[in-house]
Design a protein around this ligand. Structure first.
Ligand code: NAX
Ligand code: ADP
Ligand code: K
Length: 484
């Protein structure tokens, strides 16, 4: 499990740890880890001795990390120049260490752009967890020059300009090729758009683990976590005990959504899939193993979970499903005008799976607001609906209405998933996991994980269709259980 803590929690833990350690010990640990990554990157491009390193140094401890790491690189023979964005407030100890190791600082009269143009590696120490509101105007030209230079850009702790706690990028930020963070991941390392700015992220242990609380803000499942959650039939199992998932999807206009949701549901662990709606012929033609029913869900027979909404158009069914006493996943058209009171009144779990546009409509805000602030949006939806919410998109988040549960961030997936119908596959798959007994938060996060993995494997750099994703689910499941 990868976990992330908020800035406030990190600062509290850092204070506690610093009280137990000699002055400056944490920064030295951080800088040593940072320098080791820089050495590694320089070696891959040539050698450390004689390489040209530029440090972008802001006014806080983030700049201090960069300066101490720069000093270590200078001791190994690199030519290290520090561009001080606020010379009078640069970290004094770090600057002295750099100058004492043969590095230099650029004063106001020298032009940082020539130095940046010739750099092999740029260390971004403008801001870390103390940064707010995007890069300040005076930092923007050097940040752009660093990005345009062809040098490898290594961000210290976080790419400067991103919001550590939310993953938002308000204004300008510096895109890094790699980020070296300390002690723990912060939400910005796991949530887009900041995650994308961070490039490949490495975590350096500075001993913070012992003082961090046991429950993080965010968690990202990995193969082993998912393997533990996947349903496995036993000798006692029969198709009903494995769970029946009811799929209320498709319409005369969108019969394909029914087929794709059923395709997902057939690979999610339930023992049987019951399709309810007008697209039964299309479903049977493709998947003869499906039980089909043309009447309302209430008359369709017992299921252990409902999926309602993909391609539903104006077909009824949402009310029936919500009135049932089993878990219900509501997606797509089922989310239109969804009655918060009806959802809150349910005794069984409800899982809503909106994309950013649907989430925006539910919240009454512009879509861009949801995309820029995914964490806030998903939390707000859980509060309003009293339901578990899976917010789809570039970073899929799964949050439960219980605030003591960390929000789950899906680490698999690929932008190739942005293809029509792939969400239908996800809702069928996740509903099937619900029917086989997983709690809503687990079903959502395991569903998103397998779905993303299937898409990645199917795509391998080329476009995929929703059908390809469904076809890849079995391979993804095998990958997870075999620990590959
Ligand atoms: N506290 C600790 O024990 C440790 C902290 N470490 C480092 O310290 C960092 C945090 O240091 P600070 O709290 O000093 O904060 P930062 O160094 O992240 O930034 C704070 C400074 O940046 C300025 N600033 C804020 N927003 C800005 C913006 N948008 N553009 C330009 N300048 C801006 C502020 O005026 C302030 O002076 C961490 O990210 C990490 O790199 C590490 O050394 C590990 C140990
Ligand atoms: N940029 C992206 N990066 C990664 N995954 C994405 C991106 N955009 C969309 N997805 C994923 O693709 C799927 C699309 O679902 P959805 O928006 O419901 O589409 P549809 O309604 O056509 O099925 C979701 O699983 C979503 O998380
Ligand atoms: K930084």
């Amino acid at each position: 499990m990868r976990i992330a803590y908020s800035v406030e929690t990190v600062r509290t833990a850092e204070r506690e740890l610093m009280d137990r350690l000699p002055d400056g010990a944490l920064m030295r640990r951080a800088a040593a880890g940072l320098a080791a990554v820089c050495v590694d990157l320089l070696r891959r491009r040539g050698r450390v001795y004689g390489s040209r390193v530029v440090l972008l140094v802001g006014s806080g401890d983030n700049g201090g990390d960069a300066l101490y790491a720069g000093a270590a690189l200078a001791r190994r023979g690199a030519g290290v120049a520090a561009v001080l964005l606020a010379p009078e407030r640069a970290h004094a100890g770090g600057l002295a260490a750099l100058l004492g190791s043969g590095g230099r600082s650029l004063d106001n009269s020298s032009d940082p752009f020539d130095v940046l143009a010739a750099a092999d590696l740029v260390v971004d120490g403008i801001t870390g967890i103390g940064g707010r509101g995007g890069l300040r105007p005076d930092a923007v030209p050097v940040a752009r020059a660093a990005r345009g230079s062809g040098a490898v850009v290594v961000a210290v702790d976080l790419p400067s300009g991103v919001e550590a706690d939310s993953g938002e990028v308000v204004g300008e930020a510096l895109r890094a090729d790699a980020t070296v963070t300390f002690g723990t991941y912060k939400p910005g390392h796991l949530i887009d758009p900041a995650r994308e700015y961070a490039g490949a992220t490495r975590l350096v242990d500075i001993g913070l683990g012992s003082v961090l609380p046991s429950v993080p803000e965010l968690e990202a499942l990995q193969h082993a976590d998912v393997a533990r959650l996947l349903p496995v039939p036993t000798g006692e199992s029969d198709k009903y005990r494995r769970g029946v998932v009811g799929v209320v999807a498709g319409s005369a206009r969108y019969p394909g959504a029914a087929v794709l949701a059923v395709a997902g549901a057939l690979h999610g662990g339930a023992g049987a899939v019951r399709y309810v709606g007008p697209a039964g012929d299309a479903v049977i033609a493709r998947f003869p193993e499906t039980l089909v029913h043309a009447g309302p869900p209430a008359k369709a027979g017992r299921v252990q979970a409902w999926v309602v909404g993909p391609g539903l158009g104006d077909e009824p069914g949402v009310r029936d499903a919500l009135a049932s006493d089993v878990p219900v996943l509501v997606d797509a058209d089922g989310l239109r005008g969804l009655d918060a009171g009806a959802v809150r009144a349910r005794t069984a779990p409800t899982l809503l799976t909106p994309h950013a546009g649907e989430a925006a409509a539910l919240l009454g805000v512009p879509r861009g607001e949801v995309e820029a602030g995914r964490l806030a949006a998903v939390r707000e939806l859980t509060a309003r609906y009293g339901a578990t919410v899976l917010l789809k998109g570039s970073t899929t988040l799964v949050a439960s209405p219980d605030l003591s549960d960390p929000v789950r961030v899906n680490p698999t997936g690929t932008p190739w998933l942005a293809t029509a119908g792939s969400g239908d596959v996800l809702s069928g798959l996740t509903g099937s996991l619900l029917a086989s007994g997983l709690p809503a938060r687990d079903a959502g996060s395991v569903g998103a994980y397998l779905h993303g993995l299937a898409a990645r494997t199917a795509a391998r750099g080329a476009p995929v269709s929703a059908e390809d994703v469904a076809a890849g689910l079995r391979g993804a499941w095998r990958d997870v259980v075999s620990g590959e």
